[in-house]
Design a protein around this ligand. Structure first.
Ligand SMILES: [Mn+2]
Length: 279
């Protein structure tokens, strides 16, 4: 059997990435795929890009990789956003900016007869938010081909990142998997009376698929594993404390798994008739 690892949303968190790569090495995994958002938020962006380049078979572009490496019209941005862009860009060499700019949108392969399509957010858009309790039409669209996909087939297994919360869901004889995030794990469904132990969330998450790589025989075995790895978040935060211009919101995400801009999340769910608890 072949084991492959799929990792996503590192967001400049070096301690989390190192712990995940160590776990992957111990498990005899043959290939690692990365779904993007290597940069933004944490201070170790350069180190993370270099490690991903050295270790990954295929690397897909995330919305942050796109945003912070493109030529943004700064005249339309707030002072705060201009500073945020400048800080993030200052963390990368020209070479790595060029590298991130040229990443592909999508990658496909077969595993135990299933067509696996991997992308950052959706096959259509690099920054759409399809949540784990989203409606069935939005979930189904994750299987559909688009102008960005390699083939025109519907996927049997759609794997994505971006939402920073891992889950596995089966609809229409097909499987959706979210890898979760390596360096910025969050849970947007929060309520102080209902919340469990925060350490269920504030770990480095990634996915392992075990099966026969490149086989088109659907009668082969396949399994999916969501892995949670503790990492040294005190050390990572220490490296950020003096340097990170958004340290407070970064710390809130890393220590408590609370997303910095919940207003945006409430709005996007409300638009499709889903109400979630307010933190
Ligand atoms: Mn993202």
């Amino acid at each position: 059997m072949d084991k492959i690892a799929i990792i996503s949303d590192i967001h400049g968190n070096l301690e989390a990435l190192k712990s995940v790569l160590e776990d992957i090495r111990e498990k005899n995994i043959s290939k690692i795929f990365c779904l993007g958002d290597i940069i933004a938020k944490g201070t170790h962006q350069q180190e993370c890009v270099n490690l991903i380049k050295q270790n990954c078979e295929a690397i897909i572009k995330g919305n942050c990789d796109e945003y912070f490496t493109s030529d943004i019209d700064l005249s339309t941005k707030s002072k705060q956003e201009v500073n945020r862009i400048a800080w993030n860009k200052s963390k990368l060499t020209e070479d790595n900016i060029e590298f991130l700019k040229n990443l592909p949108y999508c990658y496909e392969f077969y595993m135990s007869g299933r067509l696996v399509r991997i992308f950052h957010a959706t096959p259509e858009k690099i920054n759409d938010f399809v949540g784990n309790i989203d409606n069935i039409d939005r979930l189904y669209k994750l299987f559909l081909p688009s102008k960005n996909t390699i083939s025109n087939k519907k996927a049997d297994i759609a794997v994505y990142g971006h939402i920073h919360t891992p889950f596995i869901q089966r609809i229409y004889n097909r499987t959706i998997i979210n890898t979760g995030s390596v360096g910025n794990s969050i849970d947007v469904f929060r309520n102080s009376k209902k919340d469990g132990n925060v350490k269920n969330t504030t770990v480095a998450n990634y996915l392992i698929i075990t099966g026969i790589l490149d086989s088109k025989n659907i009668d082969e075995k396949i399994s999916y594993e969501l892995v949670s790895i503790p990492y040294n978040l005190d050390k990572e935060l220490n490296d950020n404390i003096k340097d990170n211009i958004e340290f407070k919101s970064y710390e809130e995400e890393i220590r408590k798994g609370k997303y910095r801009d919940m207003t945006k999340i409430y709005k996007s769910f409300a638009l499709r008739g889903i109400n979630i608890d307010k933190i």
